[in-house]
Design a binder for this molecule. Structure first.
Ligand SMILES: C[S@@+](CC[C@H](N)C(=O)[O-])C[C@H]1O[C@@H](n2cnc3c(N)ncnc32)[C@H](O)[C@@H]1O
Length: 224
């Protein structure tokens, strides 16, 4: 995918939350069956909540996009202390971001302030969004990212294999495995058999879990 070639267009998914449609890739940023529901189910319920008894957590997200996963995680991170690093190769423009309705649907001033702080945060440096959530947005493809510390949790939220096959190659799982801590967890909405086999070959223990509405399965991988 060439940098700067995407022309995302705002659409409403089936739970009323916005997502972005990318006609060039025949892809959406989230499930059209419900963006908010998908994010809550895949990344929060089956990822973040695994670590509910931990006081500190380091998260890597692949694909910052609209910042929805970052927002939900920041709102859930009380009293935990979360450091959240997120990779993106195509930052969205501020005008499009200002139209997204996540904070309205979550219906709290805190959600609106947090969403604004996440998007206003400077890129490439670690910024405290609030007392529990530190954010670093990094403009770098996962294929080139060099981590300086290990992550407990990875949100793998790249475009689907048919749209960006290079983001689902076996080397990606080997790279991520090396960046993760012992008992670290990786979650993704994708449940493709080849992806799961490649994750196993990289050393992960892999499980299929029920997917969000409209999707039979999702994947969770654990570094033993
Ligand atoms: C499915 S969308 C992400 C949705 C996002 N997590 C959200 O909540 O809006 C995939 C994202 O990955 C980004 N992306 C594309 N190539 C990438 C790469 N090589 N490394 C990291 N991110 C990439 C895209 O620009 C897009 O924002």
């Amino acid at each position: 995918m060439e940098k700067g070639t995407l022309k995302p267009e705002l659409v409403v998914s089936e739970d009323g939350s916005h997502t972005l449609k990318v006609a060039e890739l025949k892809e959406h940023y989230h499930s059209h069956k419900g963006a908010l529901r998908e994010s809550q189910h895949v990344f929060l319920k089956h990822g973040f909540e695994v670590f509910s008894n931990r006081s500190e957590l380091r998260i890597l997200e692949v694909g910052f996009g609209t910042g929805l996963n970052a927002l939900l995680t920041a709102l859930a991170a009380q009293p935990q202390k979360v450091t959240y690093h997120t990779l993106e190769t195509f930052p969205l423009n501020a005008e499009l971001v200002s139209e997204l309705n996540y904070a309205q649907l979550l219906d709290s001033d805190h959600a609106a302030q947090t969403f604004n702080a996440i998007h206003k945060a400077e890129w490439e440096i670690e910024v405290p969004v609030d007392e529990c959530f530190k954010l670093q947005k990094i403009e770098c493809p996962i294929q080139e990212y060099e981590a300086h510390e290990s992550y407990d949790l990875v949100y793998y939220d790249a475009f689907a294999p048919h749209a960006q096959p290079e983001l689902w190659e076996p080397e990606i799982w080997t790279r991520l495995f090396a960046m993760m801590s012992h008992q670290g967890v990786l979650v993704t909405y994708c449940a493709k058999g080849q992806v799961k086999r490649d994750m196993k070959a990289a050393g992960f223990e892999v499980e299929g879990l029920p997917g969000p509405p409209g999707k039979r399965e999702m994947t969770r991988a654990r570094k033993p």
